[in-house]
Design a protein around this ligand. Structure first.
Ligand code: ATP
Ligand code: MG
Ligand code: MG
Ligand code: MG
Length: 471
């Protein structure tokens, strides 16, 4: 089943269960200035859960474009390393706003997976929140999933990809216990079942998360009940497509196979499993959709996330031997692949191409020098790239620190993030002093704009933390 048909089958199924089909919202949340990106299907419905918005229906289904490249949900450092993570992906979702709850949500999911998509039930595992006996009993006694394939899971204590059966969009807002459905890709693939010590492998892959949205978390951490319990589900389209197309990795599904073939042609790389091709194919989706949704490369907030993703993609092209521009040429094949489902990307194709090309030319001037400097630093540095050197790469050559950390990680090295922060702080102080004398105009552009106040400082800090953990 092709990706396009998987999308329409999902929507047809929920339409037949009286759900209203709603279009995908933007990657830039219109209702929440504290949130960097739409990181899941529930974001556009946040105010509906909170009761302040009444949509005129109690059941809905959609295919929501999502981005996890900053803030609480950041999968940027998993891209190229796991078979199942993207920065940009599509989330299939069904919603109950004070209508059905656990029983129907679980039954619908099971019916769709086993009777419509015809997945073999014996390959499916489920997890429930450790105290949620109600969900456990529905799975076990009503649906008939045997006890040895149902796992009780508590709260994630901070490991980046450990199972977590209490879902929250961010540190505040709607949240609740969830139940997740996993597909077992078979013993050829390394990894253990959910909740086991080696669950981070790619054998048992989470395909669908059903959240029983019951609480609103306040900034001080306390939970208060929502006006009505709701259901929020999210299923990764690309993960489901991998299962239905009998491939293991998301990057081998029809949609990605075409993008990767194009990246292979543009970069002259024959090995289609090359990690850099996967990263480029992932990043062209994230970057193009961000631009379509109104974000442009810049040095702060969302624009800086976009810039970082573009520069990571360009560095991968460079690693494959590309010495001119190439990334913007991936927009046309992306439009061919996704323009039917998202006409907005077809409509803005040339704008997206131009924005990427401009950024490509800009970074192209310093990428090669920066890479040479990185090699010199790496040769003299041992295991850790000193913060002052990471800062020099940032300040002089436009290498975002997470890019430097990513290059270091490939060579089994890390970056001294504290040292980088210190060097950045010193530069800020120098710049502030200089600007008091009216000479701010002489500052390098990256530094000058780093001085500008930004709403998203907290997220930038989180991003750095994530990069350190995973490096
Ligand atoms: P994982 O544990 O595998 O990282 P998750 O629990 O973080 O997934 P959810 O927040 O529950 O994911 O999102 C709902 C669904 O969206 C997941 O079950 C999965 O199918 C899909 N999904 C989540 N993150 C990604 C991603 N980075 N790329 C592709 N699909 C994803
Ligand atoms: Mg995750
Ligand atoms: Mg999970
Ligand atoms: Mg989940």
């Amino acid at each position: 089943m092709k990706t396009a048909q998987i999308r329409s089958t999902f929507l047809d199924f929920f339409r037949s269960k009286d759900h209203t089909i709603v279009p995908s919202a933007s990657l830039v949340p219109s209702n929440d200035p504290t949130l960097l990106f739409t990181n899941s299907g529930m974001v556009p419905f946040k105010n509906v859960f909170l009761g302040s918005e009444k949509p005129g229906y109690v059941r809905a289904a959609d295919v929501q474009r999502c981005l996890r490249a900053g803030g609480k949900h950041n999968d940027l450092d998993a891209v190229g390393y796991t078979a199942r993570h993207h920065t940009f992906f599509e989330m299939l979702g069904n919603w109950s706003f004070g209508d059905y709850f656990k029983r129907d949500a679980i039954r619908y999911a099971w019916e769709l997976l086993t009777s419509v998509y015809k997945l073999p039930p014996e390959r499916l595992w489920v997890t429930v929140y450790h105290t949620d006996d109600e969900a456990y009993d529905i799975w076990n006694k009503e649906v008939g999933v045997p006890a040895d394939r149902i796992v009780r899971i508590g709260d994630n204590k901070g490991a980046p990809f450990a199972s977590d059966n209490f879902w929250q969009m961010a540190d505040t807002g709607p949240c609740g216990p969830c139940t997740e459905i996993f597909y077992d890709h078979g013993p050829e693939v390394a990894g253990g079942p959910p909740g086991s010590p080696d669950e981070d492998g790619d054998r048992y892959i989470e395909i669908w998360n059903l959240v029983f949205m019951q609480f609103d978390r306040a900034p001080d951490g306390t939970l208060s009940p929502l006006p009505a319990p709701c259901v929020d589900t999210g299923m990764g389209l690309e993960r489901l497509a991998a299962v239905l197309q009998h491939v293991h990795s998301n990057y081998e599904i029809d949609l990605f196979a075409h993008l990767i073939a194009e990246a292979s042609r543009l970069t002259g790389t024959a090995d289609l499993a090359n990690k850099s091709l996967r990263v480029i194919a992932d990043h062209i989706r994230a970057c193009s959709f961000l631009i379509v949704d109104g974000v442009l490369p810049s040095n702060e907030g969302r624009g800086y996330v976009l810039r970082r993703i573009i520069r990571r993609a360009l560095r991968h092209g460079w690693m494959l031997g590309v010495r001119g521009d190439f990334f913007w040429k991936m927009v046309a094949p992306l439009v061919a692949e996704m323009g039917d489902a998202y006409p907005e990307i077809a409509a803005k194709q040339s704008f997206v191409e131009q924005a990427l090309k401009t950024e490509e030319e800009r970074f192209g001037e310093t990428l090669e020098h920066g890479m040479r400097l990185f090699d010199d630093i790496a040769t003299k540095s041992g295991q850790v790239i000193p913060g002052v050197d990471a800062f020099r790469l940032y300040d002089t050559y436009g290498f975002p620190v997470d890019l430097t950390a990513d290059i270091a990680r490939e060579r089994g090295m890390t970056v001294d993030m504290d040292g980088f922060e210190r060097a950045m702080g010193e530069q800020r102080a120098r710049a502030r002093a200089a600007s008091n004398f009216g000479s701010k105009a002489q500052l390098p552009a990256e530094v000058a704009s780093a001085l500008a106040p930004t709403v998203f400082t907290g997220y930038d800090v989180l991003d750095l933390a994530d990069a350190t953990v995973l490096a």
